[in-house]
Design a protein around this ligand. Structure first.
Ligand SMILES: CSC[C@H]1O[C@H](OP(=O)(O)O)[C@H](O)[C@@H]1O
Ligand SMILES: Nc1ncnc2[nH]cnc12
Length: 291
């Protein structure tokens, strides 16, 4: 198995990882364009960590303008095997209160204008995605949260909306009726692309608000969201530090097959593949294309 490298994508309110030691910036070119920020490599204990600020350091990028492909590609080039996504979210359940961390295990993709695959004309691939989160990585997160006394909930459905506007009341009620537990704007296509790149993915959905379905709460207000986010930030940092301290040196095989997702997934036969696309796929699909 490969050496484990932990990737961390920081969402709203999380633009650096204060516990990271020996930090160095690693500008990385990607054939998929500009990543959100320069990846920062460091370590916590013996675990190597690569951190990327999803919205850039000054929160310059709205959810729809994040280059998710470049972000995942640079993580892959950095050797990341396991990726933790830190994300703010609204809640559809009374018991999932602001401040709680939800280790979601399912997604509903409601995004409409994002590039959501590395593959396409000249190299077609269909990866399995029934289980989008690495169960072992999610369990390690839950153990780290328990060890740090961080209120958390295991499992949940995250609906990803396009944004940047928050939901209407009708949409909020519809998502709740659909069975969604939390809502955000960024985990899709991030999780899909991580799967295509054979990186094990887990999301920490940090509840900041009750969206707008809840009769006792007003419409979502970004200032209030940011206040809760600041409080969540310290907990997120402790969570990652504990996860890293207890992380295995070697990547653990993913029971959901995320680290072998491309086995048998590429349908286009070698002679029909487009060399230009293959060149762009050198990092994400290198394991199978160079086999
Ligand atoms: C600042 S509230 C809305 C914003 O926050 C979340 O971002 P992230 O997932 O990167 O933490 C949400 O998805 C929206 O993009
Ligand atoms: N209610 C909400 N809807 C979508 N994204 C969010 N991020 C934080 N709160 C949110």
């Amino acid at each position: 198995m490969a050496k484990a490298v932990l990737g961390v994508i920081g969402g709203s309110g999380i633009y650096d990882l204060p516990g990271l030691e020996d930090v160095r910036e690693e500008p990385t070119a990607s054939p998929w364009g500009e990543p959100s920020d320069i990846p920062r490599r460091g370590r916590i204990g013996a675990t190597e960590i690569v951190f990327l600020a999803r919205h850039d350091r000054g929160h310059r990028l709205p959810p729809s303008e994040i280059n998710y492909r470049a972000n995942i590609d640079v993580m892959k080039r950095a050797g990341v095997t396991d990726l933790v996504a830190l994300s703010a979210c609204g809640s559809f359940r009374e018991e999932l209160y602001p401040g709680l961390f939800v280790f979601v295990d399912q997604f509903i993709d409601r995004t409409v204008r994002r590039e959501s695959t590395f593959f396409g004309r000249g190299c077609v691939a269909h990866v399995a995605f029934a289980h989008p989160v690495g169960p072992r990585l999610a369990e390690r997160l839950a153990q780290a949260a328990a060890a740090e006394n961080i209120g958390h909930h295991k499992g949940g459905i995250y609906v990803c909306m396009e944004g940047p506007q928050f939901s209407t009341l009708a949409e909020s009620r519809a998502y709740k009726a659909m069975g969604a537990d939390v809502i955000g704007m960024t985990n899709m296509p991030e999780a899909k692309l991580a799967r295509e790149a054979e990186i094990t993915y887990a999301s920490v959905a940090m509840v900041t608000d009750y969206d707008c379905w809840h009769e006792d709460h007003d419409a979502v207000d970004v200032a209030a969201v940011v206040r809760v986010l600041r409080e969540n930030g310290d907990r997120a940092q402790r969570l990652v530090a504990r996860l890293a301290r207890d992380f295995p040196a070697e990547h653990e095989a993913c029971p959901a097959g995320s680290d072998r997702a491309l086995d048998g997934a590429i349908i286009t036969p070698p002679q029909a593949r487009d060399p230009l696309l293959l060149a762009k796929l050198d990092a994400v699909a290198g394991r199978v294309l160079n086999a």
